[in-house]
Design a protein around this ligand. Structure first.
Ligand code: PLP
Length: 424
């Protein structure tokens, strides 16, 4: 096996060093975390890789494991998993209505925190169980009819593609599925096909913010362009919530959906749904539970009366928002961009035969990096990476690596070393 690869500083790395030197405070991170996990963070902010090493130590990851699978599932920081446990114990200790009353307040606090994080209003945010459910809430909630048209990206997740096709069959509206050029280098290449697809019948455009199958990131202008044409926009943010510096008002979408358990590193089986205020009364519920009739049509909480829910996770979700706030969502996003950039650069320099499915340009990509090696069995490499090198990625579209804040530049090098031993 080769020694661990240490690249000369790349342009993205230089940019990263410049940016992070300018202001991540470890002592600030430490104050929001349990004392046991945070004391070692103090006084170490001069060295940036060290900072991120310390961030990693906030997680209970198995030593030696290189986990680059954020596009699928992330672990939570210890403070978050401890909150899941203590919330569960609290309920098991006393499941009375009286003891559970406080969880209503926690739900409000969480929605307020999420609204601030996303830069929207609290009454535009509700909680679901995951992106799949949030997507289906919109798909099944909008009363489209024959003659209406919905425009979709062919890279959408099934819950934002197949779900529309099933609903269109039921209600008689039309679904148009649009392809974009392979490996785009500019936002315009991605905008153009949608512009051409719009007709006076188009009511809604729906797309993945970042594709889980190619890593292509859709241009933020698309929502505003749609609105100018009188078209509503829905953004599936499964791959952007917790990985991008999000501002939904600036994005200008009408609907945004995501899961807490991917890049956001929150509790599992919790999701978010944003609906722009004037559109809330337009939506039918996909499920009517106890209490539905108590809500006014303009109350977004009307859309999530799912029966008994795991309220024990509410405070854990709050802790996750605080974790992101403490590091800073801009810095989280920059770190992810930088690690993805390092992966792409090293794939290109060390494996000239490889095909990067994900674009190199930062304007049209995010944290998801997909690579194919000609004449190789990707499923086999995927298994060997884990079994022989303790590297966890995904066998999606080739090999998919999705690094985040608990990954390090050293790990990127180790991934490349492992690939060198496995690619024949
Ligand atoms: C773009 C996109 N949308 C939706 C989902 C579904 O997410 P969940 O399983 O959390 O509902 C995924 C999962 O990978 C995804 O990548």
């Amino acid at each position: 096996m080769e020694n661990s690869y240490s690249p000369s500083p790349s342009s993205s790395r230089r940019r990263f060093l410049k940016k992070t030197l300018a202001g991540v405070s470890l002592s600030t991170l430490a104050t929001s975390l349990p004392v046991s996990a945070s004391s070692s963070l103090l006084n170490s902010d001069e060295n940036n890789e060290m900072y991120w090493e310390q961030v990693r130590q906030q997680f209970g990851l198995r030593p030696g494991l290189i986990l680059m699978n954020s596009a699928n599932l992330c672990p939570s920081p210890r403070a978050v998993s401890e909150a899941v446990s203590s919330g569960t114990q609290d309920l098991d200790f006393d499941a009375s209505f009286h003891n559970r009353k406080k969880f209503g307040e926690l739900r409000t606090e969480l929605r307020q925190k999420l609204a601030k994080y996303l830069n929207v209003e609290v009454d535009e945010i509700t909680l679901t169980r995951n992106t799949s459910e949030s997507n289906n809430t919109i798909v099944q909630g909008l009363p489209f009819k024959q003659g209406d048209e919905v425009v979709l990206w062919d890279q959408n997740h099934p819950t934002n593609l197949l779900a529309w096709q099933v609903q269109a069959k039921r209600l008689g509206f039309t679904v148009k599925v649009i392809s974009t050029p392979e490996n785009p280098s500019s936002p315009q290449e991605l905008i153009e096909p949608f512009l051409q697809a719009f007709t006076p019948q188009t009511r809604l455009l729906s797309f993945s913010h970042i594709s889980n199958t190619t890593g292509v990131a859709m241009p933020s202008e698309l929502c505003k362009i749609a609105r100018e044409q009188g078209v509503m926009s829905m953004v599936d943010g499964a791959q952007s919530f917790g990985s991008q510096n999000l501002d939904l008002q600036a994005l200008g979408c009408d609907f945004y959906t995501s899961s807490a358990h991917k890049w956001f590193m929150g509790p599992r089986e919790m999701g978010i749904l944003y609906v722009r205020k004037p559109l809330i009364p337009e939506l039918w519920p996909h499920l009517v539970g106890v209490g539905y009739d108590k809500y006014e049509p303009e109350d977004i909480e009307r859309l999530s009366t799912f029966g008994q829910q795991d309220i024990a996770k509410l405070s854990a979700f709050i802790k996750t928002v605080e974790f992101h706030e403490t590091i800073g969502k801009e810095k989280v996003a920059q770190r992810i961009t930088d690690l993805a950039g390092q992966l792409k650069e090293q794939v290109q320099s060390r494996f000239p035969q490889a095909k990067l499915i994900t674009p190199v340009a930062e304007e049209v990509s995010g944290g998801v990096v997909i690579v194919q090696f000609p004449d190789q069995d990707h499923g086999k490499i995927f298994n060997r990476l884990y079994e022989q090198h303790q590297i966890a990625c995904a066998p999606t579209g080739g090999l998919r690596f999705s690094p985040t804040v608990y990954n390090t530049s050293e790990e990127v090098g180790k991934v490349m070393d492992a690939l060198t031993t496995l690619i024949s």
